[in-house]
Design a protein around this ligand. Structure first.
Ligand code: AMP
Length: 182
């Protein structure tokens, strides 16, 4: 796990909403960062600095907040985007992976045949909590011929153990900001 030491400026732009979507959750809200043009721009610049050495061919952006950061990062790096979508959204032939939630299961999908063999893919999302979403994304990419070049987040909640789980699964994990104690 890598984190910039100088990202307190970005951290100050993340709004915290207690007890959303349920009691006890400290919701780390990136909409306040998105509203700040200079802050969003600096955030993308720093994501670029982390991503550049990873020799990636493609960004996999996770619906929905991952699209915002993934698209800006892809433009800056000159690479394409593979949207990782909730079920039933893709118009072509989907392939998917089911994964466990606290209660029940969920599913993520991508278009079949979108990955050339050995394509190096960087997974991008706004935040890593338990890591379930991105572990499922990594499985989907690997099952369809891709190589996971790493995973990149604006925010890590280290107490929830997601980055450690990703590391155990062989996914190099990076983030700009950590909120300890969540
Ligand atoms: P997880 O699969 O547990 O790593 O959850 C990651 C997804 O849930 C990310 O797409 C986040 O946007 C969202 N999420 C989980 N916990 C929080 C939180 N405390 N604040 C904001 N978003 C969260």
């Amino acid at each position: 796990m890598s984190a910039f030491s100088g990202n307190d400026d970005l951290k100050a732009l993340i709004r915290t909403i207690p007890d959303f979507p349920k009691p006890g959750i400290q919701f780390r809200d990136i909409t306040s960062l998105l509203l700040d043009g200079a802050g969003f721009s600096v955030c993308i610049d720093r994501l670029v600095t982390v991503a550049e050495p990873l020799r990636l061919d493609l960004i996999a952006a996770v619906e929905a907040r991952g699209f915002l950061f993934g698209a800006a990062l892809a433009k800056a790096l000159g690479v394409g985007i593979l949207p990782i979508r909730k079920p039933g959204k893709l118009p072509g032939t989907p392939v998917g992976v089911d994964y466990a939630l606290e209660y029940g299961t969920d599913r993520l999908e991508m278009h079949a045949h979108d990955l050339q063999p050995a394509t190096r893919v960087l997974i991008v999302d706004d935040l890593i909590a338990t890591g379930g979403t991105v572990l499922a994304t990594a499985e989907l990419i690997r099952n369809h011929g891709g190589v996971v070049a790493g995973a990149l987040f604006v925010i890590d909640l280290p107490d929830l153990g997601g980055a450690a789980r990703l590391r155990d699964a062989g996914v190099e994990t990076h983030s700009l900001i950590a909120f300890e104690g969540d």
